[in-house]
Design a protein around this ligand. Structure first.
Ligand code: ADP
Length: 270
């Protein structure tokens, strides 16, 4: 009779509701765990430069009558505070992006400008290592998004390419449009990434065996920022690499063609 019919319909609905609640709780707990993990990692990473700066300040105090030593300690303090500022900057960028929410008010972003900013950001490091950064491909391409975010993403890729390459080598930044997407590739002839590490490099704070890099300084946050920028823009980032030969990182973003722009302003008769 009817009661049976009703219960037969209510039961699956009810269990689906319970399942949804359980899934929500699981998702909430996972997000909470990721957040706790992130905070723990950030605190740990902040302690290193802060501790170094404190020790160096004490050393400066003790070496007051040795100008040369004071100068040496002070310049190391400067390096450590730059490191700290860079870390804080990246943590702020990342925490803004972590929800992977689509952008609220995307605007046309000029990729030429993005690349100019990125190349400029690494110009000093590239010069210091005699690395030439070349730009080729299509120009005048536009994506729909946030200029600061896209520029930060490409700047991170170029900075890594320079950082993980030997002096005298080349870095190539190239652009092209494929099937409604814009590809921005950063190609280097650097140290490359071991096969078994490649899946992990986009994780927060993950660094491939920090001991293999001559200089420290990295935060392990750059690529995770790139990944989140790609996500908020509806794109993605991929990597090809051969250890000892070089790496190619390709950021793919939806192309914003001019004819997709909001309808042209009405023609006003004069
Ligand atoms: P980091 O601040 O350490 O550069 P990233 O998140 O930008 O952090 O990169 C994570 C790790 O991936 C780096 O520590 C490095 O080991 C590796 N990596 C990133 N880019 C390159 C590259 N172009 N060549 C070789 N290794 C790279």
């Amino acid at each position: 009779g009817p009661p049976r019919h009703v219960s037969a319909r209510v039961a699956p609905l009810g269990s689906r509701l319970v399942l949804t609640l359980v899934e929500d709780r699981t998702r909430e707990r996972r997000i909470e765990a990721v957040r706790r993990d992130f905070v723990a990692n950030v605190s740990h990473e902040l302690k290193t430069p802060v501790g170094a700066i404190k020790l160096l300040a004490e050393a400066v105090q003790d070496a007051a009558d040795d100008p040369e030593a004071v100068h040496r300690f002070a310049s190391r303090m400067l390096t450590e505070s730059d490191r700290l500022a860079h870390l804080v900057q990246q943590v702020i960028e990342l925490s803004r992006l972590q929800g992977d929410e689509p952008l609220e008010s995307p605007e046309p972003v000029d990729i030429d400008e993005v690349i100019a900013v990125a190349v400029d950001t690494s110009a000093m490091d590239a010069d210091a290592k005699d690395i030439r950064v070349l730009v080729e491909g299509e120009s005048g391409i536009t994506v729909l998004g946030n200029l600061e975010q896209v520029a930060a993403a490409v700047a991170n890729l170029v900075a890594n390419a320079v950082h993980y390459s030997d002096p005298g080598s080349k870095v190539l930044v190239s652009t092209r449009t494929v099937d409604g997407f814009v590809e921005i590739s950063v190609v280097d002839q650097g140290i490359g990434i071991p096969k078994d590490e490649i899946d992990r490099i986009f994780e927060r704070f993950y660094r491939v065996d920090p001991a293999r890099h001559r200089s420290t300084g990295g935060t392990g946050l750059g690529l995770s920022i790139v990944k989140h920028v790609a996500a908020t823009h509806g794109g993605d980032v991929r990597v090809w690499s051969v250890e000892g030969q070089g790496s190619t990182f390709t950021l793919t973003l939806p192309h914003h063609a001019y004819d997709e722009a909001p309808a042209a302003a009405p023609v006003t008769a004069t």
